[in-house]
Design a binder for this molecule. Structure first.
Ligand SMILES: Cc1cc2nc3c(=O)[nH]c(=O)nc-3n(C[C@H](O)[C@H](O)[C@H](O)COP(=O)(O)OP(=O)(O)OC[C@H]3O[C@@H](n4cnc5c(N)ncnc54)[C@H](O)[C@@H]3O)c2cc1C
Length: 353
C-alpha cells in the first residue's frame, strides 16, 4: 500500500497547479484523472486579460493575480524547458462613440490606468472592420493550458504520480470508506473536478452556475500575430496563422457537444471584426466551472475533515489557478487562513451545523 499526504482528484489546471504547489511545500501527492473525460482546461483558450466586461473594470485582485501567474508560468517554463506562457498585449477594438467615451472615462482611473499602454498600434488598419480606436491593454497574454497539462500528465504517469481512475463518491461514505478500494492511501483528499462536480453528491450544496462554452480555431493569414484582438470575442494567435476565437456562453445545454448555433454566432462576430478572409479549422466545446458569485471555491467539507475542494475557477482558470493553488496549499500545509471571499464555509448548509 502506497501512502501519500494528499490525493488530488482531477488533473485540469486546478489539480495540476495545486499538485505543484503542494509538492513545492514538500508534500507527497497522488493525482487521479478519468482520462480528461470532461476537461474544460483542454478546451480553454487560456486568455489572461486584466480588464473585464462591458463595464470596463479591472478584474478582481488583478494587481496580485497577474504578476503571480506570470511568475508561476515562467518558473514552470524554466523547470520544464517548454513554452507555456505567451505574455502579450490585447487590443480592445472600439467601434462606437459611447464605448469610446466609457473607455476614456475609465482609463483615467488609477486602477485601470495601470493596465493601459500608450504604445502606438500599427498594422491593423486594413485588416479590421472600421473602428474608432484600438486600446492597448498590458500585463495579459495567454497560457497553453493543454500543453502544460499534457506535459505533467506524461511526467506524472511515468513516475506513478498520476493514475487513470474515475473517483466515484457516495455522499454517505466516510473518507476512509471512499479510499478502501484503492492500492494507496492519502491523509487528505482535494476534489479538483471542474464541472464534473455536478455528479458528486458530496458537494452539491455549493452554488455553481456552470456555463457551456464553444470556441473555434480559425486560420487568418492576414491578421498580425503580435497581439490579442478583443471585440466582444477574442482572437488569440497560436501560430501557423491560426487563432483561437471565442467564446460563447450557454447555461441551458450542459454538455460538451459542439453546435452549429455557436459556430454561426462566432462566425457572425468574426465578420463584424475582420475585413479579411478566414477559414474555420476546428470547433470545441467545454463546461466552465463557474460559481454563482464568480469567486473560486476553496476549503474543507463540513462533514469530512480530510476532504477539501479547489474549484469554481469559472472563465479565468489560467489567471486564478496559480495564486489560489498556492493559497490553498499554504492553508493546508501551514494553516494559513483562507480569504473569506473564497472560503466555502459561508455556504455550509444548515443540515451540517
Ligand atoms: C470554451 C471555453 C473557453 C475558455 N477560455 C478560457 C480562457 O480563455 N481563459 C481562461 O482562463 N479560462 C478559460 N476557460 C475556463 C477554463 O477552462 C476553466 O477556468 C479551467 O480550465 C477550470 O479548470 P479545472 O481544473 O477546475 O477543471 P477541468 O479543466 O475541467 O479539469 C477537471 C479534470 O478532472 C477530471 N475529473 C472530474 N471528475 C473526476 C473524477 N471523479 N475522477 C477523476 N477525474 C475527474 C476531468 O475529466 C478533468 O480532466 C474556458 C472554458 C471554456 C469551456
Amino acid at each position: 500500500m502506497r501512502h501519500f499526504d494528499y490525493w488530488v482528484i482531477g488533473q485540469g489546471i486546478a489539480g495540476t497547479s495545486l499538485t505543484l504547489s503542494l509538492q513545492r511545500l514538500g508534500k507527497s501527492v497522488i493525482v487521479s484523472d478519468n482520462n480528461h473525460l470532461e476537461s474544460s482546461s483542454l478546451v480553454a483558450a487560456g486568455l489572461m486579460h486584466p480588464i473585464t466586461g462591458r463595464r470596463i473594470v479591472k478584474s478582481w485582485m488583478a494587481e496580485e493575480l497577474f504578476p503571480f501567474a506570470a511568475d508561476f508560468y515562467s518558473e514552470l517554463e524554466k523547470e520544464c524547458n517548454k513554452k507555456f506562457f505567451h505574455p502579450m498585449d490585447s487590443l480592445e477594438m472600439i467601434t462606437d462613440a459611447k464605448t469610446l467615451n466609457d473607455w476614456n472615462g475609465r482609463m483615467s482611473e488609477a486602477s485601470v490606468e495601470a493596465f493601459i499602454s500608450n504604445e502606438s498600434v500599427k498594422g491593423y488598419e486594413k485588416i479590421l472592420q472600421q473602428h474608432l480606436r484600438l486600446i492597448r491593454v498590458k500585463q495579459g497574454g495567454w497560457v497553453d493550458l493543454a500543453k502544460l497539462i499534457k506535459h505533467f500528465s506524461d511526467l506524472w504517469k511515468s513516475n506513478q504520480t498520476l493514475i487513470n481512475l474515475s473517483a466515484k463518491i457516495n455522499s454517505k461514505e466516510s473518507a476512509q470508506e471512499f479510499q478502501k478500494d484503492h492500492d494507496f492511501i492519502a491523509e487528505r483528499i482535494v476534489f479538483c473536478e471542474g464541472s464534473s462536480i455536478r455528479f458528486n453528491p458530496a458537494w452539491n450544496w455549493l452554488p455553481f452556475d456552470l456555463a457551456k462554452g464553444e470556441i473555434l480555431t480559425v486560420k487568418i493569414p492576414a491578421l498580425p500575430n503580435d497581439a490579442i484582438v478583443v471585440h466582444g470575442i477574442f482572437f488569440i494567435p497560436i501560430g501557423d496563422s491560426c487563432f483561437k476565437v471565442g467564446s460563447t456562453y450557454s447555461w441551458v445545454q450542459l454538455d460538451t457537444n459542439t453546435t452549429q448555433e455557436a459556430k454561426t454566432e462566432l462566425i457572425e462576430k468574426i465578420s463584424k471584426t475582420l475585413d479579411v478572409d478566414f477559414e474555420i479549422i476546428h470547433q470545441q466545446a467545454g463546461i466552465r466551472p463557474v460559481g454563482k458569485e464568480r469567486r473560486p471555491f476553496l476549503g474543507v467539507h463540513p462533514m469530512h475533515e480530510n476532504w477539501y475542494i479547489f474549484n469554481g475557477l469559472g472563465s479565468k482558470g489560467s489567471t486564478l489557478a496559480p495564486y489560489f493553488s498556492r493559497h490553498l496549499a499554504e492553508h493546508l500545509v501551514m494553516n494559513h487562513p483562507l480569504l473569506p471571499e473564497v472560503n466555502i464555509e459561508r455556504y455550509y448548509p444548515k443540515r451540517y451545523n
